[in-house]
Design a protein around this ligand. Structure first.
Ligand code: 5GP
Length: 123
C-alpha cells in the first residue's frame, strides 16, 4: 500500500519537478500525454496520491477514485478521440508495468482515422 521510498516519475510531474504535457488536472487526478505514444491518442490518467501501486490496490482501497479515473478517461476520449477508447492498466512487471504509481492508459485513434491495432500495449 505504501509508496516507494523515492517519489515516482508521476509524483515528480504532479509536483512540477519534471515537465509534461498536461491535458487535465483536478484536486485528485492529473492527465498527461504519454512521452512514448503507442497510438495516435495516448494519455495517462494518474491519481495524485502515491498510495496505490496498481489498479488492484486502487480498487480495493478507494473504488470512488477508480471510478473518477474511468469517468475522466471517458471525458478525455470525448475531447480527443470521438469518445471511443481502450483503457489499459498494466499490473505487474511481467505485464509491462514500469511505473508503480497507479495510472490508466487511454488509447484512441484521432478523429476519422482507422481502428486501433489489437496489439496496442499488448506486446
Ligand atoms: P506502464 O509501463 O507503467 O504501464 O506505463 C508507464 C508509462 O509512462 C509508459 O507508457 C511511459 O511511456 C510513460 N512515461 C514514463 N516516463 C514518462 C515521462 O517522464 N513523461 C511522460 N509524459 N510519460 C512517461
Amino acid at each position: 500500500m505504501t509508496g516507494s521510498a523515492s517519489p515516482s516519475i508521476f509524483t515528480r510531474i504532479i509536483d512540477r519537478e519534471i515537465p509534461a504535457d498536461i491535458v487535465f488536472e483536478s484536486e485528485s487526478l492529473i492527465a498527461i500525454r504519454d512521452i512514448a505514444p503507442q497510438a495516435p491518442v495516448h494519455l495517462l490518467v494518474i491519481p495524485k496520491t502515491p498510495q496505490y501501486r496498481d489498479v488492484v490496490e486502487l480498487a480495493a482501497g478507494d473504488p470512488g477514485l477508480l471510478a473518477e479515473v474511468i469517468a475522466t478517461a471517458k471525458s478525455l476520449a470525448d475531447e480527443h478521440c470521438g469518445g471511443e477508447f481502450r483503457l489499459v492498466f498494466n499490473t505487474g512487471e511481467s505485464a509491462g508495468q514500469t511505473v508503480f504509481h497507479v495510472h490508466a492508459h487511454v488509447l484512441g485513434e484521432g478523429e476519422g482515422t482507422q481502428t486501433l491495432t489489437e496489439q496496442t500495449l499488448g506486446d
